[in-house]
Design a protein around this ligand. Structure first.
Ligand SMILES: [Zn+2]
Length: 374
């Protein structure tokens, strides 16, 4: 796995800082100096300083709408092969919201594609709003992608089954690395070509993404012992985590922020062991209804010879679709989310207990995403 020649972590960070600073510098050039002028050349407008050094250029379509903005390698002078010195090309909507941008090297080969948190406008701090950086080969094949949050911290890295940027790459993920902001690896999940999670990789600590991580694998777990894949309990894999493990003392589950009535799916094949269905949909902080879980379903799952109990809590009243003793498959609809029991806002609480014993510390708490490679 992970055999591709990835930049060393330090190189990656330096590269990112360079990109970032280049963008910030060019962003300032949106502020015109008194000596700046605009050169019109067909559908292009070049904004240049008094030495004709290009700050940036705009391209318009036949309707006069802005379609692209170009940034250049430093000290590119208008009229001196500037067409061969483009560093960034921003594809934008007529309202200046950014679709994506491309980065080229001095040979004008594609090296990266960037996507942005929405909405991002050209000139509006876009350098700090990068969501994905796809590192590419010059033919557009993706080497890997790095995801960032709104603080500019790294959150994930992706590698692909042979994919070109723009060519259904979202459905061609081969590996997903969950990362800490310092790029240390939490774990990685391998996917087959149908995007089923098939393997969980754990690493020796510390292992950094890009830092020889392929040789630092501690264990590989097959995620499909019974032939069934595991599924995320709600359709939106990106639902915010409103309270994670240990977010307050004794919180041994993960809260997914989903609105009332969201379908809750069974993560893994198992048997329904307990149900509570009659708590009012609207609970309150301190309510003991349903053992504080409000309406809930508990499913026993066997995995690697161990007995896990998966709790799905705070469901809507009388929304539960399964019964005690029922064998449930992966992806079976269990019920609808809500705000019942000890809860002060709609969410789904997902908790895993080994042998049905509540974890006694944050360190011994089981993260369902990690257990099932989701
Ligand atoms: Zn919770």
């Amino acid at each position: 796995m992970i055999k591709k020649g990835l930049q060393k972590l330090t190189v990656f960070f330096v590269a990112f800082l360079l990109v970032f600073s280049a963008m910030m510098v060019n962003q300032k050039s949106e502020v015109y100096a008194a000596s700046d002028s605009t050169i019109i050349e067909g559908r292009f407008q070049f904004v240049v300083d008094s030495n004709k050094i290009i700050k940036f250029a705009r391209e318009f379509n036949d309707k006069g709408e802005l379609v692209r903005v170009y940034e250049y390698f430093p000290n590119t002078k208008y009229g001196q092969d500037h067409g061969k010195k483009i560093k960034f090309e921003f594809e934008i909507y007529p309202n200046a919201a950014i679709k994506f941008s491309r980065e080229r090297n001095t040979k004008q080969e594609l090296i990266a594609v960037y996507e942005y948190h929405e909405p991002s406008y050209y000139g509006d701090g876009h350098g700090s709003r990068i969501k994905f950086k796809f590192n590419t080969y010059s033919n557009g094949f993706i080497k890997n992608a790095i995801a960032y949050n709104l603080k500019g911290e790294i959150t994930q890295a992706y590698e692909y089954h042979d994919a070109w940027y723009g060519d259904g790459h979202g459905s061609k993920i081969k590996f997903r690395f969950e990362l800490y902001p310092n790029a240390a690896i939490k774990h990685a999940v391998g996917y087959d070509k149908n995007q089923n999670a098939v393997r969980l990789y754990e690493y020796l600590e510390p292992s950094y993404y890009g830092d020889g991580h392929g040789s630092r694998i501690k264990s590989i777990t097959d995620l499909t012992p019974s032939g069934n894949k595991y599924v995320y309990p709600v359709a939106n894999r990106h639902a915010p985590i409103t309270c994670g493990i240990g977010c307050y003392s004794g919180h041994t589950g993960i809260d997914l922020g989903v609105s009332r009535g969201t379908k809750v799916f069974n993560i893994a094949e198992g048997i329904v062991r307990r149900i509570q269905a009659s708590c009012p949909t609207e609970g309150y902080r301190g309510s003991g209804c349903g053992n504080r879980f409000g309406n809930h379903v508990v499913v026993e799952v066997m995995k690697d010879g161990k007995r896990y109990f998966v709790y799905y809590g705070h469901l809507s009243q009388n929304s539960i679709k399964v019964s005690v003793g029922q064998k449930v498959s992966t992806n079976t609809l269990l019920g609808l989310s809500g705000n019942s029991g000890d809860s002060d806002g709609p969410h789904l609480h997902v908790e895993v207990r080994l042998n049905d014993v509540k974890a006694t510390s944050v360190g011994s708490t089981i993260d369902f995403r990690r257990l099932f490679g989701l």
